[in-house]
Design a protein around this ligand. Structure first.
Ligand code: NAI
Length: 434
């Protein structure tokens, strides 16, 4: 099939490349000329493990290309995906659909022959109806269907997730569109991946419900971590003890500084707005949002307490800046809330992240960036683990202890065993553990 992917970000680039790898002919279109030029020179605009090789092999095979020009690829396409950003609208938390509607407007006039237009962006219920209306208005002769096909991949494991998803969700309004979507994903359901075919509005809501549920699990275990601290219990054991119950499941039950990233914060907010407007508020999700905001904001205070009550004149080594490992994405990362708060408390920051320092430079002032984890410790009084990159999981504790003037390690990801760290003379603080 001939596929066009509009928007070559984390989702569009991975999805487009994987569809090409399935054997489809894919043209990826992005307005950002610099991004397209990089891709045409074999340089990845984002960090995602394994992506460079997969892009290269599909470009070489002639199935994948990148351009800023929409017209010809759309005219020739069987399927056109919209995979542009849907950030929070500044000030009110609704999903900003400007980019989605602009893409619909732009592609409409180039449609030629039967085409399925698919929203892969995460969009509120009813957006598909609006996309359909925009296209019909711009090009009354167009022969098209609008389908919802939300994406569930995780950054850092995006290729694996796209190629071996738990399920594919497709929201359709016609049999013709369903047939096309089944054909597009055929390599997956040959692998027995469940395909959930439903109506468009339900499909749009499934994506928000999934993200809100996962955010709720995180919010829940973080409150349990606080309770554990107050009661002298161990949240790791609580997670294991409840997670082994199949009805609960062990994933997303790790105590943390709060969820961040490009999806959960904005998607929970957008769902909350949709639900309030519909007169059926999702008060559980509202509570999760509020408790996550409080948690992120409380982390700097926690670090100050661990440092003995003052950070004035202290140098803090920060390990990890991205919102999670294996990505360079810093959107809504906990580091964005924590680092400026530490600086306000008088701390000097030395920081390291394997992939996101380039991005971090755009966000922070007066941060010194180190070359690796150990370089971060130079002249530092205490260290804070903010992101659980694998390379932080087996640090030389003797070296850490010798380097830190105050010998304090604050592990906001619980990646070490307390007794092990303490045996090196370090004072160790983690989340929800005695
Ligand atoms: P992104 O911000 O990384 O990429 C969006 C891309 O779209 C940018 O390169 C931008 O230049 C381009 N663009 C915007 N308007 C355009 C237009 N009119 N024509 C051509 N290109 C245009 O966004 P990301 O993270 O890939 O997210 C895309 C959507 O997928 C969002 O709705 C997001 O919620 C959803 N999603 C994201 C996931 C993630 O892990 N990042 C996971 C699942 C869904």
């Amino acid at each position: 099939m001939r596929v066009v992917m509009i928007g070559v970000g984390y989702v569009g680039l991975v999805s487009g490349t994987c569809f090409a790898d399935f054997g489809h002919e894919v043209v990826c279109v992005d307005k950002n000329a610099e991004r397209v030029e990089k891709l045409n020179n074999g340089v990845m605009p984002i960090y995602e493990p394994g992506l460079d090789r997969l892009v290269e092999s599909n470009v070489e095979a002639g199935r994948l290309s990148f351009t800023t020009e929409l017209a010809d690829p759309v005219a020739e396409a069987d399927v056109v995906f919209i995979a542009v950003g849907t950030p929070s609208r500044r000030g009110d938390g609704y999903a900003d659909l400007t980019y989605v509607y602009a893409a619909a407007e732009e592609l409409a006039r180039h449609l030629n022959g039967p085409t399925v237009v698919v929203t892969k962006s995460t969009v509120p219920v009813g957006t598909g109806d609006e996309v359909e209306a925009i296209i019909a208005r711009s090009n009354p002769d167009a022969d098209f269907d609008v389908v919802s096909n939300p994406e569930f991949l995780r950054e850092g494991a995006a290729i694996e997730d796209f190629k071996r998803p738990d399920r594919v969700v497709v929201g359709v309004t016609s049999e013709r569109a369903e047939k096309v979507m089944r054909e597009l994903y055929r390599p997956l359901y040959l692998n027995e991946t469940p395909l959930v075919v439903t109506d468009r509005r339900t499909s749009e809501l499934i994506k928000y419900a999934a993200n809100a549920f996962l955010a709720t699990k995180i919010g829940f275990i973080n409150q349990m971590a606080d309770l554990c601290e107050a009661m002298g219990a161990d949240v790791q054991q609580v997670s294991r003890g409840i997670g082994l119950d199949n009805r609960i499941g062990s994933k997303f039950l790790h105590a943390s500084p709060g969820y961040g990233g490009s999806c959960f914060p904005k998607d929970t907010l957008a769902l909350s707005r949709t639900a309030s407007d519909a007169g059926t508020p999702v008060t559980i999700v509202d509570a999760v949002i509020a408790s996550n905001d409080r948690r992120k904001a409380s982390m700097a205070e926690r670090i100050k307490r661990a440092a003995g009550g003052s950070l004035e004149g202290k140098t803090v080594a920060v390990l990890g800046l991205a919102f999670k490992p294996n990505t360079d994405d810093m959107r809504d990362a906990p580091s964005l809330a924590i680092i400026p708060a530490l600086q306000k408390m008088g701390a000097t920051i030395r920081a390291f992240d394997p992939e996101s320092i380039g991005e971090a430079r755009r966000h922070f002032e007066d941060v010194t960036y180190a070359d690796d984890a150990y370089d971060t410790l130079r002249g530092a009084d205490l260290a804070v683990i903010l992101t659980e990159w694998n390379e932080f999981r087996a640090l030389d504790m003797k070296r850490l202890s010798d380097s830190l003037a105050d010998k304090i390690l604050i592990d906001l990801r619980n990646i070490y065993r307390p007794e092990e760290v303490r045996s090196f003379g370090l004072t160790y603080h983690s989340l929800g553990r005695p």
